[in-house]
Design a protein around this ligand. Sequence first.
Ligand SMILES: Nc1ncnc2c1ncn2[C@@H]1O[C@H](COP(=O)(O)OP(=O)(O)OP(=O)(O)O)[C@@H](O)[C@H]1O
Ligand SMILES: [Mg+2]
Length: 331
Amino acid sequence: MTPLLLLQNVTKSFPIHRNLFNIFSKSSHIRKVIDNISLEVGAGEVMVLAGESGSGKTTLAKLIMGSLTPDNGTIYFEGNDVQNLKKKKKFYSLIQMIHQDPYSSLNPYLKVKDIVMEPLKIHDKELSKEEKLEKVRIALRRTKLEPVDEFLDKYPTMLSGGQRQRVSIARAIVKIPKLIIADEPVSMLDISVRAEILSLLDDLRKSLNISFIYITHDLATSRFIGDKIGIMFAGNIVEYGDIDEVLHNPLHPYTWMLLDAVTFTSKESKFYKTHTGPNISALPSKGCKFYNRCKLSFDDCTHDIQQFHINKEHSVSCFYYKNIVTNADLN
Ligand SMILES: Nc1ncnc2c1ncn2[C@@H]1O[C@H](COP(=O)(O)OP(=O)(O)OP(=O)(O)O)[C@@H](O)[C@H]1O
Ligand SMILES: [Mg+2]
């Protein structure tokens, strides 16, 4: 069956801005921000993308939405290349995005009903004003902004952070998209409302069969919502698979580092270097980009990285596991 979303070997580079320090540097003036990423998301499935700041999560979201174009590789949505689909206006209603900041992502001068109606004004011009308003009411009910009549004429400044994020979600679902990319949707909210918003997203996934890409720094909450997880480091997905399998049986040293951060584990790790000596974070020029920080590294790690399939639900891009899998499993 054709997956809803399929990425094959997607790569994207950006120019490095020249400044006083690197203007005469002979090294490359472009940087691969997304480096050979392949993944698959099925209908109604939630894929978590986790990784530290700058690992390329939002850039990947923009590539999937069609607002950036890959340098190499292809992104298929329902089996069609996004580069072709984005010529049609309809494509932009099939994927919606929920942003991190519910304060800056809503126009403060528009009423809630007009914010939520925006996608209908663009894509459903044939609907009457009453029909559009009815769809807005349904979306507000689905996001539990009730009683609906009390919210229709409010402005974002009159709402709490959690309520604003519900308005963003209502706008995202008013046309019932196939995929929602939620880019750290709860990280700026009070801890007390985070669980409510996460369970709302989970309800919507179940009731409307919407797929999600859920971007987060926070592995602790990701298990609640995710089916699959991709751990991103410096533009690569270094570990990928069923979320329970990956989080119960982490393999990549970087995944260990992220998990230890959740439990505030400060003891010396067997897998990665914890001290922050000079250049420990600098990316090596070839091979595995985690090499400088890794305690398991050996000569092979300077070769081009490879993905090893540990089992049907779990793969890792780390040469340490090379001998655990048979050659037949290599791709
Ligand atoms: N338009 C651009 N031009 C140049 N560099 C860019 C551009 N967009 C992103 N980058 C760089 O690409 C890298 C990845 O950025 P991205 O925003 O995708 O990371 P992220 O994983 O979403 O981080 P965060 O968790 O902080 O949101 C960063 O180093 C960023 O500076
Ligand atoms: Mg980001």
